[in-house]
Design a protein around this ligand. Structure first.
Ligand code: ATP
Length: 457
């Protein structure tokens, strides 16, 4: 089944509280989006699922949470100051060059449609009370650099041996020239990145393993295989630090006629070689594509690895799976969305989200809103399920039972529990399953076990 169009998700998001335009009350701020009550739960669940698979369920990974504001020297030696603050930008389609301060985002591209500009100007700010050149700091344009400049700290504090990785989730900022397509291209976003350090010579094998692992993760959480594609970057498309990059592309634009154009990047998995650790090391060197280089005169120590078996200091190679939380969240939303036609001519919209990702696991609905005994029992069940700490539960008396079911289907709640008159007598509730709409009658005492067997969180 094809993915839903982005338009459907935009409208569902506003209606059900997944996403709102940033600063909407004042006319908005382009390239920013605010996650609403459902959006924040979904996004947190996406991050938790990623962290669990990549940190907790492996034995070769450490976590990190580095600062967003970075010393400008980090971004100078990473190569970003030269390549990411370029006053010139290219159109990805017609390859023409433009001055960044003079581009017209509405200008037609000779290749069709509007220009698709490369961008990536860094956001600058000043640190401390005096606004001058010396006090400039950057908001990081990727989380990766926070990992590279902490390589030695993590190595020394954990005594890791190669191969091992460092994982990080956090905000990144790019002053994109044409933010567009909802949360696909924004100026403030979040990344989930891993820098996986390996022995030189084993990098290609690890690159392939990471591509396979990441694809499996998307499939496990419900992305349909036909909507996820691997794209191997051509040599001229590679970033200055990369020896090889495979992008995972999702079918974000199913409405486009040409199949290849329906897909765009959700995650990049790059072989960054020893580029970054060679840049960020005492006496190191940052090399640029045009053949020029920058000698590192500021780093206070050498970031190398001591390999005991060979008694040598070496610079590890790095494999980087780098995904955008917002794009990944959007892909999960699009893939889960279905406008269903039911028997009897009825219709419903349902999000078939993986239960781990669903913002709410259980909604407890009193069948009669004006019956205090029923309402009280429903609230008690909600509190008791919530107190497990694992089952995000919601008391929902926002409408009649049909309205409540429709609302819960639209936010992807796997289970609705209905408390009715009979429940007061027999201490049982009706459990309705989101995908099949089948119903079971379950004893209140058995609910926790029943739900936990069917959910994992
Ligand atoms: P694109 O070519 O689409 O601009 P990129 O190649 O510059 O993306 P990377 O630098 O590889 O992106 O960043 C890694 C991931 O971060 C991307 O796969 C994407 O999911 C996410 N990302 C990058 N830029 C943005 C943005 N402006 N808005 C939302 N997510 C982004």
């Amino acid at each position: 089944m094809a993915a839903a169009t982005m338009d459907k998700i935009v409208s569902l998001s506003k209606r059900r509280g997944f996403l709102f335009q940033g600063s909407e009350l004042y006319g908005g701020l382009q390239g920013t989006w605010d996650y609403g009550p459902m959006g924040v739960e979904l996004k947190n669940n996406v991050k938790r699922a990623w962290w669990r698979a990549n940190v907790y369920e492996r034995d070769d990974m450490e976590g990190l949470d580095a600062a967003i504001l970075m010393n400008k020297l980090v971004l100078r030696y990473s190569g970003h100051e030269a390549t990411f603050s370029d006053p010139l930008v290219d159109c990805r389609k017609c390859k023409k060059r433009f001055r960044a301060d003079q581009v017209d985002p509405n200008e037609k591209c000779p290749e069709g449609g509007l220009h698709n500009f490369t961008d990536n100007l860094m956001f600058k700010t000043t640190v401390g009370p005096i606004e001058d050149e010396d006090n400039i700091a950057y908001l990081r344009p990727e989380t990766a650099q926070g990992i590279f400049v902490n390589f030695k700290n993590v190595l020394d504090s954990t005594n890791r041996k190669l191969p091992f990785g460092i994982a990080q989730i956090g905000k990144a900022y790019r002053n994109e020239i044409t933010p567009k397509n909802f949360i696909f291209r924004v100026r403030e976003f979040e990344q989930m990145e891993i820098e996986f350090f390996v022995m030189p010579g084993t990098d290609e094998e690890w690159h392939n393993r990471w591509i396979a692992d990441r694809v499996a993760w998307y499939h496990e959480y419900g992305i349909k295989p036909e909507n996820l594609k691997q794209y191997v970057n051509q040599p001229e498309e590679l970033s200055h630090y990369s020896k090889a990059t495979t992008d995972l592309q999702y079918r974000f634009f199913p409405e486009r006629e040409e199949e290849a154009k329906q897909f765009d990047e959700v995650e990049g998995i790059a072989n960054r070689t020893d580029y970054d650790l060679t840049c960020h090391t005492k006496g190191g060197k940052t090399s640029f594509k045009d053949g020029t280089a920058l000698q590192n005169e500021h780093a206070v120590l050498k970031q190398t690895y001591f390999d005991q078996p060979t008694n040598t200091h070496l610079t590890p190679y790095v494999i980087e799976p780098s995904g955008g939380v917002d794009r990944i969240t959007l892909a999960f939303l699009m893939d889960a969305y279905e406008d269903q036609k039911l028997d009897g001519g009825k219709e419903r919209t349902v999000l078939h989200l993986h239960p781990d990702l669903a913002p709410v696991k259980v909604a407890v609905i009193p069948l009669a809103r004006n019956k205090p005994d029923i309402v009280e029992m429903a609230k008690r069940i909600k509190r008791s399920l919530q107190s497990t700490g694992r089952l995000r539960s919601l008391f929902d008396d926002s409408g009649n039972i049909g309205k409540c079911y429709a609302r819960q289907d639209e936010i992807g709640t796997p289970f609705c529990l209905t408390v009715d008159h009979q429940s007061l007598e027999d201490h049982q509730v009706t459990v309705r399953h989101r995908d099949t709409m089948l119903q079971d009658r379950i004893a209140v005492d058995a609910l926790e076990r029943y739900l936990e067997e069917r959910l994992r969180q």
